[in-house]
Design a binder for this molecule. Sequence first.
Ligand code: NIG
Ligand code: FE
Length: 397
Amino acid sequence: MTGLSIKGPLSDDDILVMEDVGILIEGTRIKSIGKFNELKIAYCKVEVHELKGDHIGLPGIIDAHTHICFGGSRAADYAMRNAGKTYLEIAKAGGGIWDTVTQTRKSSQDQLIKTTMKRAHRHLKNGTTTIEVKSGYGLSVVEELKMLRAIQKANDQTPADLISTCLAAHMFPKDFEGSPEDYLELISSTLFPILKEEHLTNRIDAFVEESAFSEQQIAPYLKKAKAMGFDITVHADQFSTNGSKVAVDVGAISADHLEASTQTEINLLAQSDIISTALPGASLGLGCNFTPARKILDAGGALAIASDHNPGSAPMGDLLTQAAILGSFEKLSNAEVLAGITFRAAAALNLQDRGQLKEGLLADVLLFHSSDYREILYHQGSFKPCVVYKNGEKVYD
Ligand code: NIG
Ligand code: FE
């Protein structure tokens, strides 16, 4: 891309298409990008892999919002929703997130490591080289720690980068003796210091919604997290519209979901430095409207696109497909969709070392068998990369 602005609309003219390109990788990073033949002469001693036939190179895809660490399945919820029950009705009746909490608590740390790695490997094969992974199905100090340690261990054993986030404020745990405020106080005073000590995460998330926490309950919790140096992200405006305001007030890095955002919230987000993250997988899983991505960009906002891969609202877990479909429904350019899953997604995770094919950045590179980059989204996700490099290593071929 030439116009690498984080905010606002992008057109396909902003995409810099280079031909006969070589990428020089040194260690985990891109050392140089230029004409293949010139690089070959300038660096005559390096090992050369010359590709046969036309290929398109893209930066590794970044999925800035997932819940891939979980136990069990919620196929029953999906069937109930398709029979007419809503996500919130199922949650109120004791199903939904609480069902996965019960199943995740029953899983051992080793089982969580294994299933998280399995899901991460599938994503990596499909080109997602960086995957944010939330806790949030533990909902007690001990169980949240089990999840976050499992994510850390899974990260050690997979070539993909798993960026963990603490979502202990996913909902008020039904078995907690005390008020929601007591629960949030316990988490912030007991769990947050351990997260720092064990380097388990530097990100705190919260679900602001009728079935989870109110604006008034969550604001002090997130402000405390921010004061302790955590980056903040918020599940905002999924069904009602209070979350984005909290996200702006506490200076969050990203506000995710936004399916219910009206022009008021869209403008508020666009006037801030927040990345607005659309989660088309949740719209597809729940059969509801998409995040107003076009309006967010036209208002001057920053749009990332993530899969929200989780057992409840977004079981599909295929970011390229979902991003392409969002682009089709919301009338997004190739540049806007690709930016949303690369450098704008990197911004949503506050990562400066990836998201572009650029000297000095991580050598996370995807190759697609094609001579036209537009083929990638045209096939709506069914066209997968033929080669995936992560940190300079070929991890899938
Ligand atoms: O991002 N909205 C809240 N949390 C998740 C869903 C989690 C679940 O249903 O298990 C989401 O959609
Ligand atoms: Fe989510």
